[in-house]
Design a protein around this ligand. Sequence first.
Ligand code: S3P
Length: 203
Amino acid sequence: MLAQAVSPTIALAAMTIEPRTSSGAGARALAARLRQPVVLVGMMGVGKSSLGRRLAATLALPFADADNEIEAAAQMSVSEIFERFGEPSFRDGERRVIARLLEGAPRVIATGGGAFVQPDTRAMILERGIAVWLDTDIATLVDRVTRRDTRPLLRGGDPAEIVARLKAERESAYALAPIKVMSENGPHGDTVRRIIEGLEQWL
Ligand code: S3P
């Protein structure tokens, strides 16, 4: 919806928020009011998949990880898709998979870090979903992404340099999400609570 795309971002810094709806009936009541999927966007390593799984469980909604869905559809890993067909082909598949995930009953969707940067994919997410930008500092991202070697964009260079560059390049796109939540080190439950708080304010 246009109003959603132009509305100011609700920035929720790491602050103590009383868990009004983070569990039980309150969270389910919030889920019942959702008419659109909740779409987590932001840099690789920010925790979109694990937070998304936890958010979905709290809201008693289904969860989908776009990268996993792309891998299932292509029958190969994200790295293999990049290697064999190149990034444009991956982005094309990503857009089609996210289009499918945005259909139907509300759910929580974790997207790959580049998805929301692609104009077509972003427009679709802003129109059909509620985008939540998860953000954290570069040091935390680097620490998390260097634990696994599964990200093709980090190969062939210094991961810290690449993460810093991508974050700087992508931030203006991520900022178009109507809700922003800081995902700092600390219990996932705290970040999930802040996402729920952001959704409550947005709805
Ligand atoms: C990418 C992030 C990855 C994956 C692909 C490209 C990116 O997802 O989609 O390697 O462009 O930032 P995660 O954000 O889950 O690592």
